[in-house]
Design a protein around this ligand. Structure first.
Ligand SMILES: [Zn+2]
Length: 122
């Protein structure tokens, strides 16, 4: 699972506190890095859609990269390539994603997040 995906996932369990359902906290993480084709245009369009604070925090917590806390006004190629590396090339292979609102654990196995809930949690 790419970090761009983590940036967009939130808990949908019944009764979960919506103010705490995002972001999901990554625990017991195994990372891998996969090359992805760099497209400056794609990254420039992606950045405004990201929750920047969440990406910065996640990249730092996982030891992937240090991104600037504030989005820079001038986004040069070095910066864009770093975002590319963090958001698209860093993959979570195995992890537990824990919701801070309700404690639900969403597992990631072989790079695939399982966002399914039990019937009584929907
Ligand atoms: Zn939840």
């Amino acid at each position: 699972m790419r970090l761009i995906t983590h940036n967009m996932l939130q808990c949908h369990a019944k009764g979960c506190d919506p103010s705490q359902s995002y972001p999901l906290e990554l625990k017991e993480v195994q990372l891998e890095s996969l090359d992805a084709e760099y497209s400056e245009d794609f990254i420039r369009r992606l950045i405004p859609k990201l929750d920047w604070n969440v990406l910065v925090h996640t990249a730092f917590a996982l030891g992937v990269a240090e991104l600037p806390k504030e989005l820079p006004d001038v986004q040069d190629e070095a910066f864009l390539r770093k975002v590319h590396q963090v958001a698209l090339e860093t993959r979570v292979k195995e992890a537990q994603m824990v919701c801070n609102g309700c404690g639900h654990v969403y597992p990631i196995k072989d790079g695939v997040p399982n966002m399914l809930l039990q019937d009584n949690e929907v």
